[in-house]
Design a protein around this ligand. Structure first.
Ligand SMILES: Nc1ncnc2c1ncn2[C@@H]1O[C@H](COP(=O)(O)OP(=O)(O)OP(=O)(O)O)[C@@H](O)[C@H]1O
Length: 232
C-alpha cells in the first residue's frame, strides 16, 4: 500500500481551499493530519477519497493515478473511509450498517467475526438501531463498517469528535490494534492532542489549506510543537 498526494489544489465551487498539498503515506504507517477548525483537513480527506474532484495535482494509490476517480472506485481499490460525524444510519440496525461496508470491498463472514472481536459491543447490539447507541459506539460502528470491506488504507476523520473522553482512549487503542493485527495503514485527522500523540508515528500540520509542517517521531512527543497547530 502507498498513497502519494502531489501538488494538490481543491476547493468548492471555485473557492480554493487546498493549495499545493504534498503528502505521502507508506505501507503500515499511522499518519496524522493536525490543524484547527476550518483549515481544510476534511476537504483533504474528501479529495483523497474521490468525494471532491481536485482542481489540479495528483493522487496515487499503490502507484496508480486515481485522481478524479469516483469514491466507489477508491473504496473497491482498498481505501476505507470513516467520515467526520460517522454518518451511521440511525434507523438501520448495527448489522445492517455493517453490511453497507461489505458491499464496498471484499468482505466475508470472517471479517464480521474479526470486527465483532474488536468491538464486542457491536455483536451484542447487532439487532439494535444504530441511533440508540452512544457517540463512541457509533464511532466503533463506523470503523467496523469500513473494516468489513477489508481496506489496505483506513482514512479516519476526527475519531474523537463527539465521543466521551473515557471512550476516546479505547478507540485510539482499537485503531492501533487494527494497524498492528491487520497491518492496515491508517491516515487520520485529529485535533485532540492525546489521540495525536498516542496514535501518530508521523504527522502533517495543515493551516489555511497548506501543509505547514511535517512532524516525525520525536516531534510528535513535543506537546508545544503540536499545540502551535491546535486550539488549546
Ligand atoms: N461543502 C462545502 N462547500 C463550501 N465550502 C465548504 C464546504 N465544506 C467546507 N467548506 C469550507 O472549506 C474550508 C475547510 O473546511 P474543512 O471542513 O475541510 O476544514 P476542517 O479542517 O476539516 O475543519 P473541522 O475541523 O471544523 O472539520 C472551511 O472554510 C469551510 O467553510
Amino acid at each position: 500500500m502507498s498513497l502519494e498526494v502531489s501538488s494538490l489544489d481543491a476547493g468548492y465551487d471555485g473557492t480554493p481551499i487546498l493549495r499545493d498539498v504534498d503528502l505521502t503515506v507508506e505501507d503500515g504507517e499511522i499518519v496524522g493530519i493536525v490543524g484547527r477548525n476550518g483549515v481544510g483537513k476534511t476537504t483533504l480527506l474528501k479529495a483523497i477519497m474521490g468525494l471532491l474532484a481536485p482542481e489540479s495535482g495528483t493522487i496515487r494509490f499503490n502507484g496508480t493515478d486515481v485522481t478524479g476517480e469516483p469514491a466507489d472506485v477508491h473504496a473497491r481499490g482498498g481505501i476505507g473511509y470513516v467520515p467526520q460525524g460517522r454518518d451511521v444510519f440511525s434507523g438501520l440496525t448495527v448489522e445492517q450498517n455493517l453490511a453497507l461496508g461489505e458491499g464496498i470491498g471484499e468482505g466475508d463472514e470472517t471479517r464480521y467475526e474479526q470486527v465483532y472481536d474488536y468491538f464486542p459491543i457491536l455483536e451484542e447490539r447487532a439487532d439494535q438501531d444504530a441511533g440508540t447507541m452512544s457517540g463512541g459506539q457509533q464511532q466503533m460502528l463506523a470503523i467496523g463498517r469500513a473494516l468489513v470491506g477489508d481496506p489496505d488504507l483506513l482514512v479516519v476523520d476526527e475519531p474523537s469528535e463527539g465521543v466521551q473522553p473515557s471512550i476516546v482512549q479505547s478507540i485510539t487503542a482499537d485503531l492501533e490494534r487494527i494497524n498492528e493485527t491487520f497491518g492496515t495503514t491508517i491516515l487520520f485527522v485529529e485535533q485532540n492532542l492525546s489521540v495525536i500523540q498516542g496514535l501518530s508515528e508521523r504527522c502533517y500540520a495543515i493551516d489555511h489549506g497548506t501543509i505547514v509542517d511535517e512532524i516525525n517521531g520525536e516531534g510528535v512527543a513535543d506537546r508545544q510543537r503540536l499545540e502551535e497547530y491546535l486550539v488549546v
